[in-house]
Design a binder for this molecule. Structure first.
Ligand SMILES: [Zn+2]
Length: 330
């Protein structure tokens, strides 16, 4: 075929099958970006990203710089939401609950940490209606050594989830189409110490009743069973059967290599940051690739991530988010 004729046929095919905005965004989600995000966040230099520690703050700064580079605006004035968590002496867990804090600070037997959530936002065409897509970025820091390694890198838990939220934010920008509803991209601090970041956000959220759904990631990069590498658990609020239908249809239509374990759940209030939303009546979706021997161990390393699965979960969740932000009802 002559080159000019080839070009003509090529352009004709583009006209016959115009790429939708949704597909344009989808194409930007890739393995290289996942590797870069997880590789940095789970490197030894970040010292396990413990909430309130140096590595955690570096992670927050990285996420902010990525949101800026993508072209996603801050939520309200800044990308950071600073907050304090308190712990009574002798207790293990921190809290952001105002009643507990008042009691402990009155008794002057407490310790305090300064934490920060990170947010980016894409404004929707409609004034009301929000969708939140989030993942915690903190992990366990430096702890007891196992085989000479004391850094709890948290590649799967939850650098993998952070990479997904960043890629979805970028895909929405690159799609070139403004969503109907506003999308808030959330990166929670202090999940490992008791869902602190998501709880603080919801305690102080002025628009709870306008949040249409929360999509959560917590650990989406490992194989629970090497003979079934396409396994992923998909939890969702069972009064929203559309969430399961969307995923089934998108896996088929886009040829995603995932075999979800569909788990509709009447009250999905535990396990991860979904709990802070579900207990206030917000419908949730949550991707999770299940437990493994390196869970909460120093061996949760970047080189053990199943990149193809991480990328396909990110694509599936982007397509879910597209529906959450644009569908009339669900
Ligand atoms: Zn986690």
């Amino acid at each position: 075929m002559k080159q000019s004729l080839f070009l003509f046929v090529f352009l004709l095919s583009l006209a016959a099958y115009p790429q939708s905005a949704k597909e344009k965004g989808l194409q930007t989600i890739n393995k290289q970006a996942a590797e870069a995000h997880v590789g940095f966040l789970a490197s030894d230099a970040l010292e396990g990203r413990q909430a309130g520690h140096r590595g955690g703050r570096i992670a927050a700064g990285y996420i902010k710089s990525q949101l800026q580079a993508i072209g996603v605006s801050p939520y309200r004035e800044t990308y950071f939401q600073h907050f304090e968590a308190y712990k009574a002496d002798g207790r293990k867990r921190y809290s952001v609950n105002p009643d507990s804090i008042a009691k402990w600070t009155a008794g002057k037997t407490y310790s305090k940490v300064d934490l920060q959530n990170v947010f980016g936002v894409i404004e929707g065409k409609n004034e009301s209606g929000f969708v939140v897509v989030g993942a915690h970025y903190d992990h366990l820091g430096i702890g007891e050594a196992v085989n000479g390694d004391s850094i709890y890198n948290g590649a799967d838990d939850n650098a993998s989830g952070v990479s997904a939220v960043l890629q979805i934010a970028k895909a929405f920008v690159e799609s070139g189409q403004q969503p109907e509803r506003t999308i808030i991209f959330a990166f929670w601090d202090g999940e490992e110490s008791g869902l602190l970041g998501s709880e603080y956000f919801m305690l102080n959220c002025p628009v709870t009743s306008q949040i249409k759904a929360y999509l959560n990631f917590d650990m989406i990069g490992r194989n629970n069973d090497e003979s079934n590498p396409e396994h992923v658990v998909f939890f969702y609020t069972d009064s929203r059967p559309a969430f399961g239908d969307w995923l089934r249809n998108d896996i088929r239509d886009y040829g995603l290599n995932l075999k979800p374990d569909y788990r509709p759940w009447d009250k999905p209030v535990s396990g991860s940051d979904n709990g802070s939303f579900a207990k206030r009546g917000v419908p949730i979706l949550w991707y999770h690739t299940d437990g493994h021997p390196d869970y909460h161990k120093p061996g949760d390393h970047t080189d053990k991530i199943n990149w193809n699965k991480l990328v396909d979960i990110t694509k599936a969740a982007y397509l879910n988010t597209w529906n959450l932000a644009n569908s009339d009802a669900y």
